[in-house]
Design a binder for this molecule. Structure first.
Ligand code: G3I
Length: 380
């Protein structure tokens, strides 16, 4: 099987795979390869109108990639406050409900992203401007508890894992962020802890995750240290947090060869992961992609560098038996968020995800497949 798969993949990738991989059902998808080691593979997904040219489950071509490779899905945006909370007294689940129904119809598990993205730039405008009245702490507490109980109560066991809080540590200072909600509550860390305690009570079955983008590239030391302080505080005060969500938006940031970058980066990164798992936290790779904005235009050269860098990163991450789930932040380059966030000077799509803009598997696809094949089986 492995030889056939590798042979097929190798031939397909070498020949530029005129016919998309997905036409060959006999070749195991990424989630099948993961499952052989007690792991799972998945991706974020978007809502769209039927047939839209989007990274959405309602786009048949994109849905075929999801169904071929994914065992877990996560909403790219549809469960964020900016989507679910059109106002202080209103909820809107009209885009997430059909997404969850699709996942369940396909037998895929669903992650909940996110109960609180604690960063003002991603609050709905009304929340940034909200008047919390004469007793702001009580009002903030009621609002946060009400939100979490409403979402968790609506979905129950249909969501197995939540990013309860996303990105509350300022990467520049390592300090917890302040927002209108935390200023009203009076304590930014206390607010985050309230979110986790409320989620545990409202969704006792669920894996509760703190999710952030601290990374292994040089320059992330303050961010990593701030996340460690937050995780240590959770343990000290008995806050129910099960795992660290390592977003894994990695990128070729430094100069020089992949091997030299990896040699520079992996020591401090392993020390960080050792400290996190040493406190009893599990790990989840929640948003994996590889930013290639600084790489040359030639697609073959870029793909090789991206695949080699990704392979080295995944080998380090898969060394930790506490890690079982790997989700990418999008399955193909056509719809990748990086094209808007970090557009390449040459105007081409970032080649950051497993499939190219024409739905053909790339060397990064094979790097992920091979990393699963090299991974040690997870303890049952
Ligand atoms: O849907 C509207 C559309 O109707 C409107 O015309 C258009 C222009 O205003 O905006 C569209 O919404 C955009 C949405 O993506 C869907 O494309 C929002 O403006 C835009 O802010 C939003 O960006 C998302 C971003 O989070 C902010 O929420 C990205 O898609 C999404 O990939 C990104 O994901 C985050 C994770 O949630 C957390 N970790 C980092 C990651 C990357 O930033």
């Amino acid at each position: 099987m492995q030889l056939r798969r590798r042979g097929f993949l190798g031939a397909a990738l070498a020949a530029g795979a005129a016919r998309p991989l997905l036409a060959h059902a006999s070749v195991p998808g990424l989630n099948e390869l993961a499952a052989a080691k007690g792991m799972r593979f998945g991706s974020c997904v978007a809502w769209s109108v039927a047939g839209a040219d989007r990274g959405a489950f309602a786009n048949p071509a994109y849905a075929r990639l999801l169904e071929r490779d994914c065992g877990i899905l996560v909403p790219e945006n549809e469960l964020k406050w900016q989507w679910t909370r059109p106002g202080a007294a209103r909820f809107d689940f009209s885009r997430f409900d059909p997404m969850l129904a699709y996942a369940e119809a396909q037998g895929m598990a669903m992650r909940g992203h996110t109960l609180l993205w604690h960063k003002s730039s991603f609050f709905p405008r009304w929340l940034n401007e909200h008047d919390f009245g004469p007793r702001p702490r009580d009002a903030a507490e009621r609002m946060l508890i009400g939100h979490i109980r409403t979402v968790c109560g609506r979905y129950g066991k249909r969501i197995f894992s939540y990013d309860v809080v996303n990105e509350t540590i300022d990467e520049k200072t390592g300090e917890p962020r302040e927002t209108s909600l935390s200023r009203a509550f009076g304590d930014p860390v206390g607010l985050v802890e309230l979110a986790f305690r409320t989620a545990r009570e409202a969704a006792p079955h669920a894996e509760l995750v703190y999710n952030d983008y601290m990374s292994w590239e040089l320059g992330n030391a303050k961010h990593r240290a701030g996340v460690l302080r937050l995780l240590e505080g959770f343990r000290k005060r008995g806050v129910p947090v099960d795992a660290l969500g390592v977003q894994s938006h990695i990128g070729i940031a430094g100069e020089g060869s992949v091997a030299r970058l990896v040699a520079q980066q992996q020591g401090p990164w392993r020390a960080f992961l050792d400290a996190v798992t040493g406190m009893g936290y599990r790990l989840v790779i929640t948003e994996f992609d590889v930013n290639d904005a600084r790489l040359p235009t030639d697609a073959h050269a870029r793909d090789r560098i991206v695949a080699d860098y990704a392979a080295a990163y995944l080998d380090v991450m898969f060394d930790y038996p506490q890690l079982r789930d790997l989700l990418v932040w999008g399955m193909n380059d056509r719809y990748g968020w990086l094209n808007g966030f970090r557009p390449r000077a040459d105007g081409t799509f970032q080649r950051a995800t497993p499939y190219d803009g024409d739905f053909r598997a790339k060397p990064l696809y094979r790097a992920i497949a091979d990393a699963f094949e090299r991974a040690a089986p997870r303890p049952t």
